[in-house]
Design a protein around this ligand. Structure first.
Ligand SMILES: [Zn+2]
Length: 270
């Protein structure tokens, strides 16, 4: 699943390729990919030019002349910029056909991704974006502490709760806990305000590193589409040996999500 750094990479790549393009037609091949009335989606956006692409958490926000739409890639969503005459494959569910003869196609093998019309003026305050917490860059330690310090849920599970803080998925939650030397199962209420402040700082640092590494792939825009997926140097997620103590990495399920940690380095509770 793409996480914030990957979505940011997709945003930067897409901006490079589609800003200034005018939508001549929209072909919807799978209706459910659009939340709400797909005819309205098509009639509203046709004729408008893409002016900017924003991102909030893992949502991409395409800004046009008068309107905007959000796109959430979920598990497998990706965009391809192709010649409008290129044959459609069965996983491509929507085509934005541009007046210059190219087309942006949304492809999604799992069909979990969604696109939805939103207001250009108020989208950060409307659903679905209004339920998101702040990204680590905007997070206020005191406010985050208030949301965490009464919870018995594991700190790693709380890190994944997009209403508390947005943008951290499973891979980076594992990496953040490792970097903090904190046991991922530590209940939120055991984590001090000082450690929450540290948690936010580490979250920023790890996401920034990932974005910087994704930045180098921006122009590798090929037949695989714009997925933003890249190999970041991961220290604990899907690893077998701890890079700090050479001990084994433990994998266990924490609230349904694969959790990787080093029992020796991440003993600390809180
Ligand atoms: Zn270790």
């Amino acid at each position: 699943m793409p996480e914030l750094p990957e979505v940011e990479t997709v945003r930067r790549t897409l901006k490079h390729f589609v800003i200034g393009k005018e939508i001549k037609a929209i072909q919807v091949h799978y209706d459910k990919i659009i939340v709400g009335d797909s005819n309205r989606f098509v009639s509203t956006l046709t004729g408008q030019t893409i002016r900017d692409i924003d991102r909030l958490g893992k949502y991409l926000v395409f800004i046009l002349d008068r309107d905007a739409f959000v796109s959430h890639l979920r598990m497998e969503g990706k965009y391809h910029l192709v010649d409008a005459a290129a044959p459609l494959n069965k996983h491509q569910h929507l085509s934005f056909v541009f007046s210059d003869g190219t087309a942006l196609r949304y492809q999604d093998t799992r069909k979990f991704g969604r696109l939805e019309l939103v207001s250009k003026e108020t989208y950060p305050y409307d659903l679905p974006l209004s339920k998101l917490g702040p990204e680590p860059w905007e997070a206020d330690p005191e406010a985050i502490y208030q949301k965490i310090h009464r919870s018995s849920l594991p700190i790693k599970t709380l890190l994944l709760d997009q209403r508390i803080m947005t943008g951290i998925g499973n891979i980076y939650a594992n990496e953040i806990c490792f970097s903090m030397s904190i046991n991922p199962t530590t209940p939120g209420k055991r984590v001090s305000k000082k450690r929450i402040t540290e948690l936010i700082a580490v979250s920023k640092e790890i996401l920034e590193q990932a974005i910087a590494q994704g930045g180098t792939t921006i122009h590798s825009f090929d037949a695989n589409g714009i997925t933003g997926l890249f190999q970041m140097q991961l220290k604990v997620h899907m690893q077998k040996v701890c890079p700090v103590c050479d001990g084994p990495i433990t994998k266990e399920m924490v609230r349904g999500r694969g959790t990787y940690y080093c029992q020796a380095c991440q003993k600390k509770k809180g």
